[in-house]
Ligand binder design. Structure first.
Ligand code: ADP
Length: 527
């Protein structure tokens, strides 16, 4: 094994091999995104699908599709060995893992490579190096990348925790070394709380990851979540493609992302970019990846972790940087060298809203059903990365992300106005979605001023949910509902519409319903 890029992690030498056929080990919008990248590069694509996805758009759009099992991910999308067998059987040369599922499993990246296939992602060694929070911190510290003050060793017991916390000062954050998804994390504000917090963090970590190692970080108050996109080829070229502002989070789940960040100056962008590149190099990183940072109020930034895959929010970077990240994933994996050594400056402003099948009015409870009507926004500067269509059944087997609505405009204000317009155009009928909630966030004065941090959304949530939806929407919806009800009275053939529209009009007093929106759009079309 060759040492690579002067980093501390040994990774194999470059592979240069054309990719002609890619198996996509994923589903939903990201599977479709990869299919589209393949189509534009003249590469054939093979979709895989579970029982739940037999009719899914990614299955139809791919050149081939292979059934891989029942709806449960553990019996389909997570069966790595089976996916490798399928890839070989269809004559694929490469596997793209998307995000989630098997994308950050070191063993899978290694098994794909051992099977003689190209892994469209970082080397298994780099995934391993960034795999645990403590390993990533150790690597970042060695690379000179600033990390949150704290330790890299697992705490022995409560006495050890108390001593370490005293060294860094309260509040501290206990974190599971193997953590992910916010699990095994506890904020501790005073010494009296530490023993109980340690025990529960260890228990949660053990249950979730089978590893109860917990360490200490200083708890940073009110930071932003700012992450840096990396692209690295197999020849040591590694560039940072600017930042994404991802502070709008609920329970550690991002809801709205933008690029660039109002809080990042060109000088800070350069320093954060250099820090991210240093960490990536130390890990022997190749392909697309993301270094997540906390940006504190005082302007200090701290490396949190590296996501060793394509991210959900990659489109905002694509739009402001003019780079197709998924195509570059494929090109880098095939052995192409990056044509740039300097990152371009971001141009314009991009915002992404995650459209999920969750009901904000009901504590973001997952909503299920069949998509009965779908109107996708379009027009200048609007991009829809979706995985649904009319007839799609939204169940509970997978992530609630239905689609991503992304806009691009010259300025942040123009991008917000464009997103509001696009969200007004969007109609999804059949499941509750986050659509209207996004409009509430976008209308908020603090959001509009860019005065946000990672706690902002949760603290603002009650007020946001209590506000009335945009007045004009309600007004138009009510008129449209009345018009349709009237039309139906004269033409009873349109069964049931009036009742549903009437309920829509009722709902419109508090929040516009899907039926009211359908009616509104019909009214606009003069129906
Ligand atoms: P996970 O991998 O479980 O998502 P992260 O380390 O990415 O864990 O942290 C999740 C979130 O918790 C971050 O996005 C941030 O909002 C918050 N967080 C993490 N570390 C700190 C810290 N030291 N101080 C304050 N907030 C933190």
């Amino acid at each position: 094994m060759a040492r690579h890029q002067g980093g501390s992690v040994a990774v194999p030498p470059p592979t240069v091999r054309p990719i002609r056929k890619v198996l996509i080990a994923n589903r939903g919008e990201i599977a479709l995104r990869v299919v589209r990248a393949c189509q534009e590069l003249g590469i054939s694509s093979v979709a895989v699908y579970s029982d739940a996805d037999a009719q899914a758009p990614h299955v139809r759009e791919a050149d081939e599709a292979v059934w891989i099992g029942p709806a449960a991910a553990s019996e389909s999308y997570l069966k790595g060995d089976h996916l490798i067998e399928v890839a070989r059987a269809v004559g694929a040369d490469a596997i793209h893992p998307g995000y989630g599922f098997l994308s950050e499993r070191e063993w899978f990246a290694r098994a794909v490579r051992d099977a003689g296939l190209i892994w469209i992602g970082p080397p298994a060694e780099a995934i391993a190096a960034m795999g645990s929070k403590t390993a990533a911190r150790t690597l970042a510290i060695a690379a000179g990348t600033p990390v949150v003050p704290g330790t890299t060793e697992a705490l022995r017991d409560a006495a050890d925790a108390t001593a370490v916390a005293a060294r860094f000062g309260y509040p501290v954050l206990l974190k599971a070394a193997a953590g992910g998804g916010g699990k095994g994390m506890r904020v501790v504000r005073e010494p009296g709380e530490i023993a109980a917090a340690l025990a529960s963090a260890q228990r949660e970590a053990k249950n979730a990851f089978g590893d109860d190692a917990v360490y200490v970080e200083k708890y940073i108050e009110g930071p932003r979540h700012v992450e840096i996109q990396i692209l690295a080829d197999q020849y040591g070229n590694c560039i940072a493609l600017g930042e994404r502002e991802c502070s709008i989070q609920r329970r550690h789940q991002k809801m709205i992302e933008e690029a660039p960040s109002v809080a990042v100056s060109p000088d800070l962008r350069k320093r954060m970019g250099d820090a991210a590149v240093a960490a990536a190099r130390a890990a022997g990183y190749v392909n697309a990846g993301t270094c997540e940072f906390l940006l504190a109020k005082n302007g200090e930034f701290y490396f949190l972790e590296m996501n060793t895959r394509i991210q959900v929010e990659h489109p905002v970077t694509e739009l402001v940087m003019g780079v197709d990240l998924v195509q570059w994933q494929l090109r880098i994996a095939a052995g192409e060298a990056l044509p740039f050594t300097e990152a371009p400056a971001p141009r314009g402003w991009a915002i992404e809203c995650r459209i999920t099948s969750e009901d904000p009015a009901n504590g973001f409870l997952p909503s299920t059903g069949r998509i009965a009507y779908l109107h996708i926004p379009s027009g200048p500067g609007v991009r829809w990365d979706g995985g649904i269509e009319v007839g799609s059944v939204v169940g509970l087997s997978y992530d609630p992300l239905l689609a991503k609505l992304i806009v691009f405009a010259p300025t942040r204000d123009a991008a917000i106005a464009r997103m509001e317009r696009a969200l007004q155009e969007l109609v999804i009928d059949g499941v509750e979605t986050s659509r209207e909630f996004h409009l509430r966030v976008l209308a908020d004065a603090e959001f509009r001023r860019g005065e946000i941090d990672i706690q902002w959304l949760e603290s603002r949530l009650p007020a946001l949910l209590a506000t009335a939806p945009p007045a004009e929407t309600v007004h138009v919806a009510a008129i449209a509902a009345a018009l349709i009800a009237d039309r139906e009275r004269r033409s009873p053939a349109a069964t049931g519409v009036a009742a549903r529209v009437a309920s829509g009009a009722r709902d419109a007093r508090s929040t516009e319903s899907d039926w009211a929106r359908t009616a509104r759009l019909d009214a606009r079309r003069g129906l």
